[in-house]
Design a protein around this ligand. Structure first.
Ligand code: HEC
Length: 143
């Protein structure tokens, strides 16, 4: 999320105070809310629903590398579910995901474009989005 001081540029834009996102970032915002479906989970002022989801980050080589929330809750729905992180200041907090497995925002966009890592407990909101090269640039710029 583009940020400057206390109030982010996105915050000013959302509040209708000045066109502070450039054309590429605006296209990225549309994808974030539209085709990308990112705001199914990254929602609200901090871009998190505070819930736990399985996006497949912990699914490697056909097995679960980390039980995630399940280790605490014992609820089968929580296998490899992790809490939706905030996306504020996200450009400054690489690497990404709970295991730091994705080095750049471009890697993150690629991960979601392919539909995460399919596994038996994948969240239904995670599916291949098939972003074009232009869309990937826009999303990464918005983030
Ligand atoms: C089903 C809910 C869900 C959807 C939809 C979703 N995310 Fe996420 N996102 C998460 C969760 C949960 C994590 C943490 C995963 C982990 O650490 O294993 C995450 C992590 C991230 C991170 C890394 C944050 C960090 O601090 O490491 C970024 C960036 C991100 N998501 C952007 C996006 C974008 C862009 C989209 C749309 C293309 C999207 N997300 C769609 C739930 C979701």
């Amino acid at each position: 999320m583009p940020a400057a001081g206390g109030e982010s540029r996105f915050g000013r834009y959302a509040a209708g105070r000045g066109a502070s996102l450039n054309a590429l970032e605006k296209a990225g915002l549309q994808l974030f809310r539209g085709k990308g479906g990112c705001n199914a989970c990254h929602i609200g002022p901090n871009f998190t629903d505070q819930q736990f989801h399985n996006t497949g980050v912990a699914w490697r080589d056909g097995r679960l590398a980390d039980e995630g929330r399940f280790a605490v809750s014992g609820n089968p729905r929580d296998h490899s579910a992790f809490k939706t992180p905030t996306l504020r200041e996200i450009a400054r907090t690489a690497p990404y995901m709970h295991d730091g497995g994705l080095a750049t925002l471009e890697d993150v966009v690629e991960f979601y474009s392919e539909g995460g890592h399919p596994n038996p407990n994948l969240d239904p909101e995670i599916r291949p989005r098939h972003f074009t090269a232009e869309e990937k640039r826009g999303l990464a710029a918005f983030l």
